[in-house]
Design a protein around this ligand. Structure first.
Ligand code: SF4
Ligand code: MSK
Length: 670
């Protein structure tokens, strides 16, 4: 068995596929989005699908990462066909590409961790009695998190403990001492702790790790691509730390998700109701909007509606879907379609992935776009400053703006696609372990690892990530998922990838019948039977928003510990078929550092440097046991992911046999 199977080693494929992309506007697998795009064409409405085409051809220097704008002697471009071509300061292709990648990671880490800081500060305010509209919804999780991060729990009230945990979390952002971030070190294997220490990529403080990237990549600093990437990986692990804080403390405040059944897609918008879409990422806002919507039902009825209906877009949609069963209307690329239904009365946004275009588009309808965060305002939109101390009052103000807008709705302009499918969600790690625990209460993860060892399952794949106009919307997600499940891979998903599966009806038991291979079908059937679920389980398990990827990382860590190996030996892969955001670069990078093969279905701007390309696809594997697989063609990507799983299963078998034969665990280490 070769070290790699497939052709991805050292292969630079160029942007040929991207250049040959289809030129038509309707580039989506989602029937609701397709219907709205056809309508857009008819009505002359401009969407991201149009703007992407208008941007073509995009600059080849930018696409391959060899454009530097770090100082104002630039922009400098390295010309690939000119030997010795350098930036004005002498920076070569590998320095420029590596610096750009590291800055992507820092951008992603800043977004996730600032989100986390917001949640931690909210928990502190709750503990100190300054945010009366919130409560500690999961005190058990609070105690579990406290014990994990070294906060003694005995004899403490929930509020006292919440205060200590919130302060411990806030310490992670700006600790002065050189002590590792505990939300990282308490959730990874011993092997990973050692590896990160030996490679000197342990973050001591989140903010500091991000600053180190910005400092190390400013003009006249680090020119060594390996060192730059390692500095970037430290920020990526800081990103992981922030994400873990965000997920842990959101569960404490709003409840740890449990399985829910609901529906998804644009058809969830109901013309008889005042419709509000919450869009962005942070549950501190969307949970309050949902509460205010229920409270103001009578006011909506007085305005002639049946009530107020909340739907979700992007990841705050995933948060509400996971905990409250609120229907998910759209993912990132389809956010404008919700406004185009003509029945959306307000879009309430907080942070990240909100296209500035939504405000422009809303001008053509009656929709109120309401911004809420000091860092994310849209010119000429409504702004209601959201403060935790009077959260419900702020949320009521927003819902009332929606009710006012409803009165201006033009029924002749309402066009809601009928597509609306059943979906299941709410599979936090705790919920998954409970499911496995019905088969083996003592060692729940063993149910999964045994199924892999016995050949019933081929491994686990985490689908993470966004949607990206460079490829047809949702298409790569669906193609790769269908191929993997047919080959008995247990699949979990987060973010807009999970949104794609939900809206395509794949997060359902019916999809298991249609697409799952024999082994996966038997595995899911056994779990459903043990849990007494007559309707069965979904084909793919929705684990939350993009900030919740640490739930899946924790599953992988639990598998490694159950199997007695480090992560690089676990048959676990990750795929971001339509990666878009800086956050996706950051997540992919920490997944690689954790030891996972990570497929990315959009070529990031790294091809300008064969050296950096090699670091990401090969050297990373030598050092961390994880590496990137850049593959734009979804069927080929699925085959490469299957090959990576097969390789790990094969290697695991050899090591386990050697460990047994020679009675040594030496072989268990990477
Ligand atoms: Fe050009 Fe160097 Fe300035 Fe970058 S840092 S813009 S390569 S002079
Ligand atoms: S919203 S970061 S497009 S997953 Fe989280 Fe979706 Fe990616 Fe934004």
């Amino acid at each position: 068995m070769p070290r790699y199977r497939g052709v991805y080693v050292g292969q630079i494929r160029g942007q040929a596929a991207a250049r040959k992309r289809e030129k038509e506007v309707v580039r989506t697998s989602d029937p609701a989005t397709a219907e709205m795009l056809q309508r857009a064409e008819k009505e002359g409405v401009i969407t991201a699908f149009h703007r992407y085409l208008a941007q073509q051809p995009q600059c080849a220097f930018g696409l391959t990462g060899i454009c530097c704008r770090i100082c104002i002697q630039g922009p400098c471009r390295v010309k690939r066909d000119e030997v010795g071509s350098r930036g004005v300061c002498g920076a070569s292709d590998y320095t420029i590409v590596a610096r750009n990648v590291a800055r992507y990671i820092a951008g992603g880490a800043s977004a996730h961790s600032d989100h986390a800081r917001h949640i931690a500060r909210t928990l502190l305010e709750v503990a100190e009695g300054r945010a009366p509209d919130y409560r500690i919804a999961d005190p058990e999780k609070l105690r579990r998190v406290a014990r994990r991060v070294g906060v003694p729990t005995d004899g403490k009230s929930d509020r006292d403990l919440a205060k200590e945990v919130a302060l411990r979390a806030l310490e992670e952002f700006g600790r002065a001492a050189d002590e590792p971030c505990v939300f990282l070190t308490s959730t990874i294997t011993e092997g990973r702790r050692r590896k990160f220490k030996n490679c000197d990529i342990v973050p001591y403080a989140i903010d500091r790790s991000i600053v180190q990237v910005l400092h190390g990549t400013t003009m006249g600093m680090d020119a060594d691509p390996v060192n730059i990437i390692f500095t970037g990986l430290r920020a990526a692990l800081a990103d992981y730390t922030g994400m873990h804080i965000a997920t842990d403390l959101s569960d404490v405040l709003f409840g740890t998700p449990r399985p829910v059944r609901t529906e998804a897609n644009l058809g969830a918008i109901d013309p008889d109701y005042v419709n509000i879409a919450t869009h962005g990422h942070n549950p501190t806002l969307s949970e309050m909007v949902l509460a205010a919507a229920e409270e103001l039902k009578a006011e909506a009825q007085a305005a002639g509606a049946k009530g107020v209906r909340v739907v979700g877009i992007c990841c705050t949609g995933n948060e509400l879907l996971m905990r409250q069963g609120v229907p998910l209307a759209a993912n990132q690329s389809a956010q404008e379609m919700a406004i185009m239904t003509g029945a959306l009365d307000a879009m309430i946004v907080d942070v990240q992935c909100i296209m500035p275009a939504v405000k422009t588009l809303a001008e053509c309808y009656h929709t109120r776009v309401i911004t809420t965060h000091p860092l994310a305002k849209l010119p000429a939109s409504y702004h209601v400053a959201f403060r935790e101390e009077d959260a419900l009052a702020s949320a009521r103000e927003m819902v009332r703006l929606a009710i006012e807008a409803y009165k201006e709705r033009d029924p002749d302009r309402v066009h809601i696609p009928s597509h609306r499918v059943a979906t299941m969600a709410g599979f936090s790690l705790e919920a998954l372990l409970e499911l496995f625990g019905n088969v083996d209460r003592e060692r729940p993860v063993r149910v999964l690892t045994d199924a892999i060892r016995e050949g019933q399952l081929a491994g686990v794949c985490l689908f993470a990530g966004c949607t990206n106009q460079r490829v047809p919307h949702d298409t790569s997600h669906l193609t790769i998922l269908k191929t993997l499940v047919e080959n008995d891979v247990f699949c979990v998903a987060t973010g807009c990838a999970a949104g794609a599966f939900a809206r395509a009806g794949l997060a359902t038991p019916a999809a298991v019948e249609q697409y799952a291979g024999e082994g996966l079908r038997r595995f899911l059937g056994r779990l459903a039977e043990a849990a007494g679920l007559e309707d069965g389980l979904p084909l793919v398990f929705h684990m939350g928003s993009c900030v919740d990827n640490t739930r899946a990382a924790d599953l992988c860590t639990a598998m490694a510990e159950e199997m007695g190996v480090d992560v690089p030996k676990v048959p676990f892969v990750a795929s971001a078929p339509e990666a878009m955001h800086e956050k996706a670069v950051s997540i992919g990078s920490w997944c690689v550092a954790m030891g996972l093969p990570v497929h990315v279905g959009i070529m990031p701007p790294v091809e300008g440097s064969p050296l950096v390309y090699g670091i990401l696809t090969q050297i990373a594997h030598d050092v961390y046991g994880g590496h990137f697989i850049f593959e734009m063609e979804p069927q080929a990507a699925a085959e490469k992911l299957l090959a990576a799983l097969e390789y790990r299963r094969w290697k695991l078998g050899i090591h386990q046999a050697a460990a047994k034969k020679f009675e040594t665990l030496v072989a268990a280490h990477w």
